[in-house]
Design a protein around this ligand. Sequence first.
Ligand code: NDP
Length: 274
Amino acid sequence: MSDLYAVFGNPIAHSKSPAIHAAFAVSTGQDMIYEARLAPLDGFAAAVSGFVAAGGKGANVTVPFKEDAFRLANRLSERAARAGAVNTLVFSDGEIFGDNTDGAGLVRDITHNLGYSLAGKRILLLGAGGASRGVIAPLLAELPTVLAIANRTAAKAEVLAAAFADMAPLEGGDFSRYAGCSFDVVINATSASLSGESLPLPSDLFVAGSLAYDMMYGKGETPFLHLARQQGAGRCADGLGMLVEQAAEAFLVWRGIRPDTGPVLAALRAGLTG
Ligand code: NDP
C-alpha cells in the first residue's frame, strides 16, 4: 500500500501542495499518496489523529494551524522550536515530530534559484507574524550584516527582534523607522498583498541592486513588488519558489531524498502565467 501524506488547512481547496508532492513522488520514484484535507477551525488535533489512525505517515500544515501543530508535536526540530510554528509533521510509533521548513525554503529560493547570496547583505523583513518569525533564524544563518524587522504594529516587531537577540543584534520598529535607510534585500512577510493592499514604505528603501521578495504569489505582480519596482528595486521575486522549496525540504524530512524542484517550479509558473 502507498504511504499516505496530506496537507491540513482551512481553507485548503486552493493548495498547490498535492500537485507539488505528486510531481516529487514521480520524479524520485516514491510510492506515496498526498491529499489535501480540510480541518475544522476548532478541530485540527482530531483531524490529525484520525489521519494517523488511518495510517498517515506525515503531513504539511498551513494557515491557520501552524501554531496548533507546534502545540500538538511531542518532539520538535530546533528550527521549529525557534519558529514557534510547525509546517511539517512526521508520525511514527506514537510520536509526533514537528519541523518547520518555511525558512529553509525561503533561503534556498533566494540563494539557489535566484542565485543571490545573503552573506554580508543588509536585509529588511516586513511583517512580524508567523511567516516572519519562521524565517529569522535561517536568514541569520546566512550571515547578513543587518537584519531589521518592520511591522505595522511596531511593538510586535520589537518583541520579535528581542526573541532572537541571542543569535544576533536585530532591530525592530514600524515602517517609518527605516526612512532614509536602504537595503540589499527587502522581504515582504506581511499578508497585505493577500488583500491587494500596498504597504506605506519609505521611498528610499531600494537601490539598483536590491532584491524585493514577496512571500505572496499569484497571477500578476503583487502590490509590494509593483511598489518595489517603481522605487527602483533591481530584482523582484514572488514566493512561488519558496512554496516549492519548503515542500522539497518537507519531502526530504519524510523520504530522505531531496527532489529536483526546477521542473515543478517551471510548471507551476507556466500555470500562473498561462
Ligand atoms: P500572520 O497573520 O501571522 O501575520 C500577518 C502580518 O502581516 C502581520 O505582521 C500584520 O501586521 C501584517 N499585515 C497584515 N495586513 C497588513 C496591512 N494591510 N498593512 C500592513 N501590514 C499588514 O500571517 P503569516 O505571517 O502567516 O503570513 C504572511 C504572508 O506570508 C501571507 O501572505 C502568506 O501567504 C505568506 N506565506 C508564504 C509562504 C510561501 O511558501 N510562499 C509560506 C508562509 C507564508 P500587524 O502585526 O500590524 O497586524
